[in-house]
Design a protein around this ligand. Structure first.
Ligand SMILES: Nc1nc2c(c(=O)[nH]1)N=C([C@H](O)[C@H](O)COP(=O)(O)OP(=O)(O)OP(=O)(O)O)CN2
Ligand code: ZN
Length: 127
């Protein structure tokens, strides 16, 4: 029988202010968003208790990282000094921080998506 892959996803959010340097138009001005964040892990083998990873563990790890962004002016943070705090770079920041906390031999962080509004989202993912 063909083997499948498990996928676990949690959704959370944070609020922050930013401005996009050298960007055409209104987004160069200081403004804010309530970003929705999706965190997705994949793996082929479950824990003995039948889960790939506890939703609670993923939520907790994500909350810890998001506390370094929440209600802040993102352009002031070291990661965004040399790159714009676009949704792409926010997704990358979260991916890099979270994969250190969540990856193990049975599962890996597959992608992080940052939704800037209900109809616009950027994703950073493993190759
Ligand atoms: N690929 C990306 N494009 C844009 C980003 C981004 O992070 N990645 N960010 C912005 C700005 O942050 C801007 O605040 C949002 O732009 P936009 O969706 O165009 O603006 P509105 O919310 O006003 O949406 P409308 O559909 O134009 O009403 C821009 N682009
Ligand atoms: Zn914006």
């Amino acid at each position: 029988m063909k083997k499948g892959t498990y996928e676990v996803k949690i959704i959370t959010d944070f609020a922050a202010a930013h401005q996009l340097r050298n960007f055409r138009g209104k987004c160069e001005n200081l403004h804010g968003h309530n970003w929705k964040v999706e965190v997705v892990l994949r793996g082929v083998e479950l824990e003995e208790c039948g889960v790939l990873v506890d939703f609670g563990e993923v939520k907790q790890a994500t909350r810890e990282i998001l506390s370094s962004l929440d209600h802040l002016y993102l352009n002031d943070l070291p990661f965004f000094k040399e790159r714009n705090p676009s949704s792409e770079n926010i997704a990358r920041y979260l991916f890099e921080q979270l994969s250190e906390k969540l990856d193990n031999e049975k599962r890996w962080l597959y992608r992080v998506s940052a939704w800037e509004s209900a109809d616009a989202c950027a994703t950073y993912m493993s190759e």
